[in-house]
Design a protein around this ligand. Sequence first.
Ligand code: UDP
Length: 350
Amino acid sequence: MKIASIVGNRPQFIKSAPTSIALREHGLDEVVIHTGQHYDHELSQVFFEELGLPEPRYRLDLRTADPQVMQPPIEACLREERPDWVLVYGDTNSTLAGALAATALDLPLAHVEAGLRSGDLSMPEERNRIETDKLAAVLLCPDERSRETLAAEGVSGHAEVVGDVMADACFRLTPIALQRAQTLDALGLKPDRYLLLTLHREANTRQPRLGRIVEGVNRLEEPVLFPVHPRTRAALDLEGLELGTRVLTLPPVGYLELTALAAQARVILTDSGGLQKEAYWHGVPCVTLRPSTEWVDTVETGANTLVDDDPERLAEAVATARMPGERPQLYGDGHAAEKIAQTLVRLRRA
Ligand code: UDP
């Protein structure tokens, strides 16, 4: 049985790492198609190297985020391979382009991270999720809430709760990351004595939001470690925004380094989807620089606070951030990838 996995950017490389291992362990043949949506070394190749991802059979190097541009070259690869399943991950434009290409060729589509909703249709990710879920034959949900969401929407594919593949990666790789990491020592920082910031969503790299977030970050009284995404770097330079002296900027770092920095931070500030969950799994409180989130349970448990772009709320939330006393297991037990492989085998044979 052949699976074509479509990846294109950082979170998808991370999601595909445990999945690739599980597919291999189930004797499935995986062909990886890399759209090239992210092509900078720090956002792409480093993940292939450190996560031991299979070399993509197709490197499209498209250097675009436009699904209309990505779809025809993906279709050409799928036509060549005729896989039994096309596997897409998450909510990016590469996800949607892969879903459209599979649908155009009438190939069965499976969506990893199905059924997530933030309720904010102004986010391109939310529109990608909804559209991809409508096209998928199999919806691989991280939790019961997402399965119920799909049922309420009347989505036609078969939905199954498998857990979250990012938990698989996080649980498996955090001990290795902590052993190998060097950044804290190099910077003279101590665990639990710094904040970690990541910021890259398109809406947050535009004004006035970017300036308001920078204003809030500059009010913080602890060291802030900030691996800066290239898009954010360009926006800060363009807008002439200055970060305060407590903010230590780094180029984007690989997954293992980021995992070590996240696991040892006192608080994580982020607009990333993935990092909100990782913060929870690491037992680190999170302050999310967005008005809404698709990872609703992290907020409902009290581990994650949404502050949007409000400098006042940002500073207040960081000062008071604590993990809740009760921490229910969220998004699976770290064995989602195995369940995905089993589901694909079972449903293909059914
Ligand atoms: N990440 C990383 N290096 C960084 C910043 C983030 O490896 O410099 C990881 C992070 O741990 C998480 C993933 O990238 O696993 C999240 O990706 P991103 O924030 O780009 O996208 P999102 O999750 O918002 O889709």
